[in-house]
Ligand binder design. Sequence first.
Ligand SMILES: Cc1ncc(COP(=O)(O)O)c(C=O)c1O
Length: 356
Amino acid sequence: MKMHNFSAGPAILPAEVIQQTAQSIANYNDSGLSLMEMSHRGPDIVGIMKNAVSLTKELLGLPDGYEVLFLTGGASTQFFMTAMNLLDANKKFALVDTGTWSSKAYKEITKFGPCDLVASSKDKNYSYIPKGYDIPSDTNYLHLTSNNTIYGTQMHEWPDTKVPYITDMSSEIFSRPIDISRHALIYAGAQKNMGPAGTTMVIVKKDILGQIERDIPTMLDYRTHIAKESSFNTPPVLPIYVCMLTLEWVKKMGGVAAMQKRNAEKAALLYGEIDRNSLFKGVANIEDRSHMNVTFVMHDEAHNDAFMKLATARNCSGLKGHRSIGGFRASTYNALDIASVQVLVDAMKDFENQNA
Ligand SMILES: Cc1ncc(COP(=O)(O)O)c(C=O)c1O
């Protein structure tokens, strides 16, 4: 049965990645061993780790001086690990509050040092991306959440400042080209656009490290993981392997520019129907609409259950909106085909024909 997986995360992965993973779990490369049984110090796993790093560098066009790490603890650990490594009494963060995840980041960052909340869209339930705010001149890093998984907003224009960004790209990494030189650090939990839960990618500009007065616990010091190529302790080999396969798939599909085009086409199709259909309406400010998480509601909420029933009968899964905004959320990550979006759009049209 072909399912159309619109889940926000853990989320859809390319079918061929799942098949290859299943094969490697059963018998990795005809070695007679499962990938899960193999030492992380052995050549096979070391090769996988290196390949995952070099694919990341290639796909994102990372210049020299940036390191790619595969860590654990989820993106949530990065909320404080960034601050623990980069912030002390002489350094200052600023943060743009665009939703639940940036609010959580703010709470953790301020446990380690000063952080100016320079803008927030909380006043309108995070339905837009703030613009035109000032960033104090003594700011060292600006923390951004570039795609807001829950509210369905995305930074299509990046803040115009020389202050380097620290960016949570959990729900959009590898979905579009970025100007890496503006980011001092990027982090992303794997489980949305890259792989299964269990590893978090960190891309860090090496020369920003070691500039603060703090004795950082070894496991929480980025320099430990750079020195040991993400294998200071036992890394989550299986999730990293799946990320590597997904990145190979992204490359085969034409890279992040091709992903951007594919994601824009899906977004245009779905938002087009949301705007056309008399029963539905979008939640996010039009110019800030996410190309990854499409949030929408029904004018008459009494229709919610019936529409969900119809969509479920068409094999659409994971459409329930987050409890903070209700309605529906269709996540259209890289691996989702436009054909799946068409199935959802057809369900919306049919529902309108039956109920409008
Ligand atoms: C944008 C964003 N940041 C952070 C997180 C938290 O990620 P994790 O569960 O890996 O800690 C999420 C999870 O959904 C997210 O969407």
